[in-house]
Design a protein around this ligand. Structure first.
Ligand code: SF4
Length: 446
């Protein structure tokens, strides 16, 4: 049987994929393989792919093709992730150099698949529609020593018409609360100070398992009790599932950071309906108002798509006006491109690329102005910063983030990494503040 000594994993797409790659790294290291970053020499190459955007798919496929042609030896090559789930065995037909295809719901079977590939030389596809709870998250090998992502729910039941995720990751499957709390405790014992809870819709957590009696805000209360866990973040929230209980948990629990990313996607009710987002712009803005009333210092993040099929100039203008009113702290802005297999891909992509680009530029400019003004407002204030590492540009500086996700650098020392300090902000460039540490008991704002 052929043996493998080294492996290299290339990851595309979101933090869920990053976490899945960390789990696969751990599984392979437990198997005795050594990690390398050199894809030209690794015995095993895994491409953990993304299907959310066409570009991400093309990038991954291009890379697989180039490497397969350039390598003289014959590495074992596997494709995992959303593209594997979406394209299944057709990838084996298309790419003769690929040995295995493992979907997002089958990562737990990586070693078994490898055994079969190595012993029989067969080419294998494992893609199940439902996530297997067998996946051992505690195997994850994380590179960051301070911050870790922890999966709490996989899949999505919302079926937005432009999105491939419900077809690649399947329906929502919540993870047992005890397993989440245990993993977070273990991470804190290892020195982790910030945990980001991950899910396509974190705030749907527990709705598929009513018998647990644990919804998302209940889980936050349990996690907040873990000693020495400085910060908890979560990604992504669906506007419909943002409850008053959740808002109050953000207000009341010291470890929960006051930052909520919940995608608006569009400001026109007709387009929201066509996207199957199941809320109106007014309902969204009502949630924003309640959130700001309950948690005044909260910062908001969003995703917005421009040029969705049939979007008119007036409807785009509604999105722009909504952005001006809401004033997001961060916004991921995209122009629409159809994803094969989604309901929207059957509709005519009738907004020209030129118009999409113009609309996108308008939103980008608006967001730059909003962000600049927001950065100005925090100047000369003292904020809480979790020190995450040494600044890449200046080794005499350390870097970290505020509770509301702002980058900060200040003169500091290696020993401060992993500590929470008070920093007075005195200037900023682009999206990063420069400051200086002040006494711990200084007045803190977010
Ligand atoms: S909520 Fe909508 S956009 Fe988000 S993962 Fe689910 S289907 Fe996709």
């Amino acid at each position: 049987m052929r043996t493998l000594q080294t492996f290299c994993i290339r990851t595309y797409g979101c933090q869920m994929n990053e976490l899945d790659s960390e789990v696969m790294k751990g599984m392979l290291e437990r198997r005795g393989l050594t990690r390398t970053d050199d894809e030209t020499t690794a015995d095993l190459l895994i491409f953990n792919t993304c299907s959310v955007r066409d570009l991400a798919e093309r990038k991954a496929l291009g890379k697989v093709g180039r490497l397969s042609r350039s390598r003289k030896d014959r590495p074992v090559i596997g494709i995992t992730g959303c593209m594997a789930s979406a394209k299944k065995e057709t990838l084996l037909e298309k790419l003769p150099h690929i040995d295995f295809v493992i979907g997002t719901n089958n990562i737990h079977s990586l070693n078994e698949v490898l055994d079969e590939v190595l012993s029989s030389g067969s080419r294998i596809t494992r893609v199940d529609p439902l996530f297997s709870t067998e996946l051992d998250y505690t195997a994850a090998q994380r590179d960051d020593p301070i911050k870790a992502c922890v999966s709490i729910i996989r899949g999505c039941n919302k079926h937005c018409t432009y999105c491939i995720v419900p077809y690649t990751r399947g329906p929502e499957v919540s993870r047992e609360p005890d397993a989440i709390v245990d993993e977070c405790r273990q991470l804190v014992d290892k020195g982790y100070r910030e945990i980001t809870l991950l899910g396509q819709n974190v705030n749907s957590y527990g709705k598929d398992r009513q018998e647990w009696g644990t919804l998302f805000h209940d889980l936050l209360y349990r996690l907040d009790r873990i000693p020495n866990l400085s910060r908890i973040r979560f990604l992504t929230s669906h506007p419909v599932d943002i409850s008053k209980d959740l808002m109050e948990a953000i207000r009341d629990l010291p470890s929960i950071c006051e930052f909520v990313h919940f995608p608006l996607q569009a400001g026109s009710n007709r387009i929201l309906h066509k996207m199957h987002r199941s809320y109106t712009r007014e309902e969204y803005e009502d949630k924003v108002a309640s959130l700001r009333e309950i948690v005044p210092q909260v910062a908001l993040g969003t995703d917005i798509i421009v040029g969705f099929p049939t979007e008119t100039d007036d409807e785009f203008e509604e999105t722009l006006q909504a952005m001006k009113r809401i004033r997001f702290s961060t916004a991921f802005l995209f122009s629409y491109s159809p994803r094969k297999g989604t309901p929207a891909s059957r509709w005519k992509d009738d907004v020209s690329e030129e118009v999409k680009e113009q609309r996108l530029q308008k939103l980008i400019e608006e967001q730059e102005t909003i962000s600049y003004n927001e950065m100005q407002m925090l100047l000369h204030q003292t904020v809480e910063v979790l020190v995450e590492g040494v600044s890449i540009k200046d080794k005499a500086m350390v870097k970290g983030r505020t509770r509301t996700w702002k980058n900060v650098v200040f003169p500091g020392r290696l020993e401060q990494i992993g500590t929470v300090v008070s920093v007075k902000l005195h200037s900023f460039t682009n999206q990063t503040y420069v400051g200086e540490q002040v006494k711990q008991d200084a007045f803190l704002i977010q």
